[in-house]
Ligand binder design. Structure first.
Ligand code: FAD
Length: 389
């Protein structure tokens, strides 16, 4: 028997969950279809960084609006987010200092607590850091990290309380059309019908788009991270950091751990079904070398664990948000390794676009799916170039 909903969302990651939550706040009853279990894709592997520092204003705006959810999660969504304030530092190479300054001015203009600080200030915030190469840095005292799987389940729990349906172990195999409109999907558990279908399938989004004949430049991106146990001498937490000079980011984790990820050598185009239970050979050694450059005392640390994950990536490394192809088909994908922290605002905007025809919470037009064919790739006014190299 065909099950019917107002909207079908393909994917039970943070984006499918946020959209479901926001749709139910507008009286819409979506069905979320997830081929495995919730947060089994990029979301469950995400490092969870929550910061507003981007070189593209529309992204900073989405992150800033989302920050209000992380800061007040229990009141706004219900349940928990695991948000932890650690402070955030952005380090750039000397040639990018003028862009760093300009981006901080942009952040301050839109209300983000973001400051230019000196290398000596960095030393006061993080005495264990090597900082001879840091003349100036950006500092966001309110930022930190949250727990992506917990955020996903609390979004979905709140959505289900208001009539959303979640179906796990349900793989979408085809999208049904009548003329030039979507009518539903065919799945491993049978047929589901709805006048709107949303592609929130993360690293699988290119495959879903091709089911309606769309050929988007949506690829897959693989990314490894590791947890290192800090030695006793470094037991106090440090801020969360993006460290462009060392092509690395890192943040503290409870239990005296530090999570480390690298910005280079993240393979593009692999199957998202590939093994990602452990990191690729050589990653851990490279990541240890880098973290020991920034925190020399880490050479006394020990490896706790490592793993990988897959996200969807676009040529300008920014999301695809909007409608394309048959009427009723929407895309909320292509988050290019940075989509967790903006998920609350993106879900609000996409719900507005689907229900009201236009997003009010923020301007998501720059992320329109047509930009690639129209040659309007997104680039920051004071760009740091692509984050993933
Ligand atoms: C290792 C790693 C670290 C990251 N760190 C950060 C970070 O620190 N900060 C940040 O902001 N972002 C980070 N990201 C990026 C962020 O995690 C992702 O952008 C975000 O989680 C994407 O969410 P999503 O819901 O779009 O995709 P996903 O979480 O991948 O969810 C998509 C879901 O769709 C399901 N699906 C796919 N095909 C089908 C189908 N045919 N039928 C039914 N279901 C289907 C999948 O099983 C999956 O669960 C990181 C990503 C990775 C991989």
């Amino acid at each position: 028997m065909t099950q019917t909903g107002d909207v079908i969302i393909i994917g039970g990651g943070i984006h499918g969950a946020s959209l479901a939550f926001h749709l139910t706040r507008k009286g819409i009853k979506p069905i979320v279809l997830e081929k495995d279990f919730i947060a089994s894709g990029a979301t469950g592997r995400s490092s969870g960084l929550v910061r507003m520092h981007y070189d593209l204003e529309p992204e900073s705006r989405l992150a800033w609006i989302s920050f209000n959810y992380f800061r007040h999660w229990t009141d706004v969504v219900g349940g928990e987010s695991g948000f932890r304030r650690t402070g955030f530092l952005q380090f750039v190479k000397p040639e990018a200092i003028e862009n760093l300054k300009a981006n901080i001015i942009m952040h301050q203009r839109i209300g983000i607590p973001s400051f230019l600080i000196t290398g000596d200030d960095v030393g006061r915030l993080a005495p264990s850091f090597y900082r001879e190469d840091i003349e100036l840095a950006a500092y966001e005292p309110e930022s930190g990290y949250a727990e992506p799987s917990i955020c996903t389940s609390s979004f979905l729990e709140a959505a289900r309380e208001k009539g959303a349906q979640l179906v796990q172990n349900c793989k979408v195999n085809k999208i049904n059309l009548s003329g030039d409109r979507v009518t539903g999907v065919g799945t491993s558990l049978g047929e589901f019908s709805a006048p709107v279908v949303v592609n929130a399938a993360g690293a699988w989004a290119g495959k879903i788009a091709s089911m309606v004949g769309l050929d988007f430049p949506l690829d897959t991106w693989q990314h490894d991270t590791m947890f290192i146990r800090r030695p006793d001498a470094l037991r106090y937490d440090h801020p969360t950091v993006i460290d462009f000079p060392n092509s690395m980011y890192f943040r503290p984790e409870t239990g005296g751990l530090t999570l480390v990820g690298l910005e280079d050598d993240n393979p593009i185009g692999e199957s998202p079904e590939s093994d990602s239970e452990t990191a690729k050979p050589g990653f851990v050694e490279r990541a240890i070398d880098r973290i020991c450059i920034r925190i020399p005392g880490m050479d006394q640390g020990s490896l706790q664990s490592s793993h990988g994950g897959y996200d969807g990536i676009t040529p300008d490394q920014r999301a695809i948000l909007g409608s394309a192809g048959p009427e009723g088909f929407y895309l909320e994908c292509g988050f290019s390794g940075t989509g967790f922290k903006i998920a609350p605002a993106v879900g609000a905007c996409m719900a507005e676009l689907i229900v009201d025809g236009d997003a009010q919470t923020a301007d998501i037009k720059p992320f329109n799916p047509q930009r690639f064919t129209e040659g309007e790739m997104l680039v920051g006014d004071h760009s740091y170039e692509n984050i993933w190299r």
